[in-house]
Design a protein around this ligand. Structure first.
Ligand SMILES: [Zn+2]
Ligand SMILES: [Zn+2]
Length: 144
């Protein structure tokens, strides 16, 4: 069992996890800022997004077993992916503990993003870094 938040005293890639540690996300370095997106969905999630090139983010997941109150089990789910509004982005949550992990563009969302001249982007929830590290990153309060 590792610590709930990453130890950043060593240089190198940074691995963050969901609460149950079935999902591990690795980023090369801290972002310059974290955006506590003020849209209604992100505000409810309570996230602080760091934005990254999707090629620079690695996501590893262990199979999870879901238990519903009727006693049924499902063994093949890693993520709950939620989309809303124009369905540009899918919001990923650990299927086991529910931690909000990332958003990734859907296929259509990525196409629209590129049409606006933007580089491929995904977001990782910087709250997974823990309060001590998050405090060291500039906080923004935009919409994205
Ligand atoms: Zn989890
Ligand atoms: Zn948002």
């Amino acid at each position: 069992m590792s610590a709930p938040f990453p130890d950043l005293s060593q240089p190198g890639p940074i691995a963050v996890t969901c609460q149950c540690q079935k999902v591990k996300i690795t980023i090369a370095s801290l972002p310059d800022s974290a955006n506590q997106c003020q849209c209604s969905l992100c505000f409810k999630y309570g996230v602080a997004w760091g934005y990254f090139n999707p090629d620079k983010v690695t996501i590893q997941e262990e199979p999870v077993t879901l238990h519903d109150p009727s006693g049924q089990e499902e063994n093949d789910k890693h993520f709950i992916n939620y989309t809303w509004k124009n369905k540009d982005a899918a919001f990923g949550h650990c299927a086991s503990c529910g931690t909000t992990l990332y958003w990734k563009h859907t296929k259509d969302g990525a196409a629209r993003w590129a049409q606006r001249g933007k580089q491929p982007t995904m977001a990782v929830n910087m709250k997974l870094l823990g309060p001590e590290t998050l405090k060291t990153i500039k906080q923004e309060y935009g919409y994205e």
